[in-house]
Design a protein. Structure first.
Length: 203
């Protein structure tokens, strides 16, 4: 057997990538999975936003300008933040199941993460029409205070998602790693589908 080149052993550490357009309900469903399947929920976007706020961060300003323009932050930054967060949780909480939400956003990110950190178990993809997503995001923008919940940023984010994340989903689908869920249904119905996927995958 060849030695493990990655930071973590895929036999011991489970990673599920969670993808879907902005507003597809990833966060809501991750909360349910975390509760019922003992996963740790890591949001690539949240880690980047936290790093941006952290005093003395070497990446703060760079991250802010990328997020404001709806662009993808350089993968070295995102992967380093994810790997560090995973290491800390494994050491402190002894938890080894991770949902990584909003990542990978490009195929080179997926390749780099899987060759250096750990191979993913599968990708949970929440599909949802653009009209429904826009409606949800504008409603969320009324109270979220997020700088990217406005019409201009929303349109940029859809464009980025279509151009970069969609090819990732298709490439991983070709490897039979994508579990697609229709997230236009009610939160409860969506979660029923999600549970079916996790019950099968974690047998």
């Amino acid at each position: 057997m060849s030695p493990i080149e990655t930071a973590f052993d895929p036999e011991e550490v489970i990673v599920v990538f969670v993808l879907g357009g902005p507003g597809a309900g990833k966060g809501t469903q991750c909360t349910n999975i975390k509760r019922d399947y003992d996963f740790v929920h890591l949001s690539a976007g949240d880690l980047l936003r936290e790093e941006q706020q952290r005093e003395g961060s070497q990446f703060g300003e760079l991250i802010q300008s990328y997020i404001r323009d709806g662009l993808i932050v350089p993968m070295e930054v995102t992967i380093a933040l994810l790997e560090n967060a995973m290491k800390e949780i494994i050491e402190k909480e002894k938890k080894t199941r991770f949902l990584i939400d909003g990542f990978p956003r490009k195929m080179d990110q997926a390749t780099r993460f899987e060759s250096t950190v750990v191979e993913s178990k599968f990708v949970l993809y929440f599909s949802c029409g653009e009209e429904e997503l826009t409606k949800r995001l504008l409603k969320r923008g009324e109270s979220s205070g997020r700088i990217d919940d406005n019409m201009e940023s929303i349109q940029k984010r859809f464009q980025v998602f279509k151009e970069s994340s969609y090819p990732v989903i298709e490439a991983l689908r070709a490897k039979n790693k994508v579990r697609q869920i229709d997230s236009e249904k009610s939160i409860e119905d969506v979660y029923t589908e999600v549970k079916r996927v996790f019950d099968e995958a974690l047998l």
